[in-house]
Design a binder for this molecule. Sequence first.
Ligand code: PHE
Length: 353
Amino acid sequence: MNHNQLIQSALNEVERSNSIEDLELVRVKYFGKNGLITQELKTLSSLDTDKRKELGAKLNNLKKNFFSSLEDRKNKIESSEINLRLRKDFLDSTLPARENNLLEAKIHPINQTINEIVSILGGMGLMYEEGPDIEDDFHNFSALNIPKNHPARQMHDTFYIKNEEESYVMRTHTSPVQIRSLKKMPLPLRIFAPGRTYRCDSDITHTPMFHQVEGLVVDEEITFANLKWFIDIFCKTFFKKENLKLRFRPSYFPFTEPSAEVDINYTNESGKIILGEGTKWMEILGCGMVHPEVFKMSGIKKKVTGFAFGMGIERLAMLKYGMPDLRDFFDSDLKWLEHYGFSFLEETDLSWR
Ligand code: PHE
């Protein structure tokens, strides 16, 4: 084959290629390591000067044309492939939805439970508050009467966040919102604060992230009797059990005095827990009268008293809706969510009394 024919056939084959793969084969055929043109280029050095100049210029010119038409062809092939895809994958959004295939989104039980708590506590006159997940040492501990080296710090299994000037933590409870609210809001004050909390702890009954809701009521003559009444109404409403029994058991928290843990009664009928019946007790929350040191640390000068409470939201949800394992809450298992999740359309009945 003479050089002119070779050049012509190289260019023709590029034009005739109909896929990226074909183009690559043509490139290798002519310009690969042992390609037809590559071989010709190798023979150049053995030619005499005039011939070498002439053929060299010709082949180099071809090389330029070859690769620029290869590029053009490649672009054409690619855009026609895209056009084909666009025509084939066309989605008619005006078609009616397939009937049996409607996936209904569900509300996660944690969100559902928080919504219920918001409705009940809001209905009882408390204001919704929030605080940051990343707290400083002062709000999470010191201001709550948990000074450095206090044994209660160890009980909290804290995630520390290193910082050169100040030490930050992932909040171990929602109680720091008590301090933030006392500092910024006028008295009297009635707030609740649901949110995420963190402890470096993980087993069947603990996850490193969980949820709590905090409550705080401060006024001139708040007593323990007010606290008992409040918790009693809340629990009966939340669990929808008029006959639920509550037991206030003396306990200890550095930021309340006196402090109590609250148990509710239940019975276990062949593995099923029934609340409000039977004589067994189950702990559900911690509470107490605000410690004077907490008022002092929050800059409260006025003579007031108050009660505070804190409870775990997963635990409340599990007791109300019967999930057996805490860890499932955060596994994003669609089957679990489908089963325990709540419908948007279903209105929660929060009526009490
Ligand atoms: N913060 C306490 C805890 O996480 C609960 C609590 C809140 C107790 C408010 C008393 C008053 O265990």
